[in-house]
Design a protein around this ligand. Structure first.
Ligand code: HEM
Ligand code: SF4
Length: 549
C-alpha cells in the first residue's frame, strides 16, 4: 500500500482517536502499550512522562524539519534533542497530552514517527556521506527513502515477530554498521549496472550475531523485491512465543545459514513471480520522487592558510565531497545531545552556506554538507560560538553511550556518566588523540547492547558487582578490535577481567598508548589486536587496574 499523504493523515487521525480513548480511561495500560509504541512513544524511567523517537530515514533532515523539531523540543520536551545510534532523534519528558499536536507538526514537514518502535521495520539507516563520497558506486539515499515509503503501510509490517532493522552502507568505514542489521545492503556496480550485495540476520543484544551474505548481487531495480522476500521469511518463520528469541538472527541460527539462504531464494523467486514487475515500477516511481538538494553557492577551494584550533578541526571534521569545491562538516554533539537553540542555528547555517540540509549520523553527530571551501571558516566560527566547534570527530574522545541508568529501567550502570568521565579524562591525552586517528569507544549500560559495544574499537559493558564491604559498585567488561564492513566483520574480543569504573579511563589510556607505540604504519586497531593477540592487551589492562576482578 503506497504511503500517500492522505493515508498518513488518516492513520494519524485514527491514532489520535486511540490516544484520546486511553486518556479518557477507555483503554487499559496493556491495551495502550502497543498503540503508543507504534508511533515511537516509550515510557520513561519515571513512568509518568515519555520518550518520543522520531524516525529520520538515512538521517536526512531538511532545514525546515530541523526547525520544526527544535520548536517541538522546546515546547514539549525541555529543549534538548538526542541523536541516536540509528539516525533517529529522541525527545525526553514528553507529556501524553502533547503527542498528537507534536505528530501533526512533524507531519506538516513530512516526518512520520510510525514504526519508530514496536515490532516493525525501524528507521532505515543510510551512510551519511552517500551521494557525496568519492568512489561510491552510487547514491543510496534515494533507495533508503523508497524502502521507507514501501514499508510504512505494508500489511506485514505491523505484525512482525520483533523489530526489524535495515541499513544501506556506502564505504568500508560502514558507519551504519551493516553487519548488525536484519538486512544490510551494500551498493556495487556490475558491468555498469547498479545493484546490491545483501547480508541478513544480524543483531546485537545479549547474543550478538553478524549478518551473513544471502545474495551476492541483486539488481538495484529489484531492491524492493528482495527486501519483501526477506521480511516474508521472518514474518513466516520468526519465533512468536518467546520475544527473546524473536529476531531474525534466531531464524538463521535455527535453520542454519544454508537453509536460511534457500528460504530467501525460494521466497524471492515467488515474490518475483507474483509481483516483480509491479515492484520494479513502484521503485522507479519512488526513486523519481526523490530530488537531491542543491548547494546555494558556487564551489570554492578551502583557505590556503589555517592555524590553531581551526586547523585541527579542518583536519578532523571536514569531509571533501566528490563534488570538487564542496565540503561536509561534522558537528560533534557531546553524547548526541543538542539544544533547540543550537539546532535552530545549525538549520540557519545550512540554509545560509550549505544546501538547507543536515544529516544525523549513527555516530550521534550532525553533518552539514555542501559548504563551499571559502565559507568553511565562517561556519566553524559560528559553530564555535555556539559551543559546537569541537575537533576530533570520531576520535577516542568522541565516546558513544546508551542512555543507561539515567533513563533506562534495564540499566545496571550509569553508562552516560562513564562516557562523560572518559570524555574528560581522554581529552587530556594530548597528541595521543590525533595520533590514533578515528578510534571509537562504545558503551552499553547492560548486556542489551544499545550502545553497540560489540562493534567499537573498544566496547564497554556495565555491570554491578558486590565488593568486600557488601556494597554493589559499577564495573565494566571490555571488548577490543571489532570490525565492520561487508567482508570479515567481527565483534570485539573479550579482555579478561571486570574493571572497577574508576579504573576504566586508565585502562583505556594504557591500551591506546600501547597501540600508538607498537602500531605498524597506518595499521587499524582491529588488525593490531589480531597481530599482537588479546593476551598482550590483557596484560596491559591488568597492569593499569589494580582492582580488576
Ligand atoms: C531507554 C530505554 C531503552 C530500553 C529499555 C532499551 C532496551 C533494549 C533491549 C531490551 C534491547 C535488546 C533487544 C534484543 O535483544 O533484541 C535493546 C537493543 C538495542 N537498543 Fe535499546 N533500549 C533503550 C534505549 C535505547 C536507545 C536510546 C538507543 C539508541 C541510542 C537504543 C539502541 C539500541 C540498539 C542499537 C540495540 C541493538 C539492537 C540490535 O541490533 O540487536 N536503545 N534495547
Ligand atoms: S544497553 Fe541496557 S542500559 Fe543501555 S539503554 Fe539498552 S537496555 Fe538500557
Amino acid at each position: 500500500m503506497r504511503a500517500t499523504e492522505e493515508l498518513r493523515w488518516q492513520a494519524l487521525q485514527a491514532h489520535a482517536g486511540r490516544v484520546e480513548r486511553y486518556r479518557r480511561g477507555e483503554l487499559s495500560d496493556d491495551e495502550f502499550r502497543p498503540i503508543r509504541l507504534s508511533y515511537g512513544l516509550y515510557y520513561q524511567l519515571d513512568h509518568t512522562s515519555h520518550m518520543q523517537r522520531i524516525k529520520l530515514p538515512g538521517g536526512v533532515i531538511t532545514a525546515e524539519q530541523a526547525e520544526a523539531m527544535a520548536d517541538i523540543a522546546e515546547e514539549y520536551a525541555r529543549g534538548v534533542l538526542h541523536v541516536t545510534t540509528r539516525q533517529d532523534i529522541q525527545l525526553h519528558w514528553v507529556a501524553l497530552e502533547n503527542v498528537i499536536p507534536m505528530y501533526e507538526r512533524l507531519h506538516a514537514v513530512g516526518i512520520s514517527t510510525r514504526g519508530a518502535c514496536a515490532d516493525s521495520v525501524r528507521n532505515i539507516t543510510g551512510c551519511f556521506h552517500s551521494g557525496l563520497l568519492d568512489g561510491e558506486p552510487f547514491d543510496v539515499v534515494p533507495y533508503v527513502f523508497a524502502l521507507n515509503e514501501y514499508f510504512l503501510f505494508h500489511p506485514l509490517n505491523v505484525t512482525l515477530p520483533r523489530k526489524f532493522k535495515i541499513s544501506f552502507s556506502s564505504c568500508a568505514y560502514d558507519c551504519v554498521q551493516g553487519p548488525v542489521n536484519d538486512i544490510a545492503f551494500y551498493p556495487h556496480l556490475r558491468d555498469g549496472r547498479p545493484g546490491f550485495s545483501v547480508l541478513a540476520g544480524g543483531g546485537l543484544g545479549a547474543q550478538p550475531f553478524l549478518a551473513k551474505p544471502v545474495a551476492e548481487f541483486v539488481d538495484a531495480q529489484d531492491m524492493l523485491a528482495i527486501a519483501e522476500a526477506i521480511v516474508r521469511v521472518q514474518h513466516r518463520l520468526g519465533e512468536r512465543k518467546n520475544r527473546k528469541k524473536a529476531r531474525m538472527k534466531y531464524v538463521v541460527q535455527r535453520l542454519g545459514l544454508e537453509n536460511f539462504r534457500r528460504e530467501v531464494e525460494t521466497t524471492y523467486a515467488a515474490v518475483q513471480k507474483e509481483m516483480g514487475a509491479r515492484l520494479r515500477q513502484e521503485l522507479g516511481e519512488l526513486l523519481s520522487a526523490y530530488t537531491p538538494r542543491k548547494p546555494q553557492h558556487p564551489p570554492a577551494e578551502l583557505p590556503q592558510q589555517a592555524d590553531g584550533e581551526f586547523a585541527r578541526w579542518l583536519k578532523t571534521n571536514v569531509f571533501h565531497q566528490k563534488q570538487a569545491g564542496y565540503f561536509g562538516l561534522t558537528v560533534q554533539l557531546p553524547l548526541g545531545d543538542i539544544t533547540s537553540e543550537q539546532l535552530r542555528r545549525l538549520a540557519a547555517l545550512s540554509r545560509e552556506h550549505g544546501a538547507g540540509e543536515l544529516r544525523a549520523s549513527n555516530d550521534q553527530n550532525l553533518f552539514l554538507p555542501w559548504v563551499p571551501g571559502n565559507r568553511v571558516e565562517a561556519v566553524w566560527r559560528a559553530l564555535a560560538e555556539m559551543e559546537l566547534g569541537a575537533a576530533d570527530a570520531l576520535h577516542i574522545t568522541d565516546v558513544v553511550s546508551c542512555p543507561g541508568a539515567d533513563y533506562c529501567s534495564l540499566a545496571v550502570s550509569r553508562s552516560m556518566g562513564m562516557a562523560e568521565v572518559l570524555r574528560q579524562e581522554l581529552a587530556q591525552a594530548g597528541s595521543l588523540i590525533g595520533d590514533l586517528g578515528v578510534f571509537r569507544i562504545r558503551i552499553s549500560g547492560c548486556p542489551n547492547a544499545c550502545g553497540q559495544h560489540h562493534v567499537g574499537d573498544i566496547g564497554l559493558t556495565g555491570m554491578s558487582l558486590q565488593e568486600a564491604d557488601g556494597q554493589h559498585r559499577p564495573y565494566y567488561s571490555l571488548l577490543v578490535g571489532a570490525r565492520l564492513g561487508e567482508e570479515g566483520a567481527a565483534v570485539g574480543k573479550r579482555v579478561a577481567g571486570r574493571f572497577p569504573a574508576p579504573e576504566v579511563p586508565k585502562v583505556i589510556l594504557s591500551i591506546a598508548e600501547f597501540y600508538r607505540q607498537e602500531r605498524r604504519g597506518a595499521e587499524r586497531f582491529a588488525d593490531f589486536v589480531d597481530r599482537v593477540g588479546v593476551e598482550r592487551i590483557n596484560q596491559i589492562a591488568r597492569a593499569a587496574a589494580p582492582h580488576v576482578r
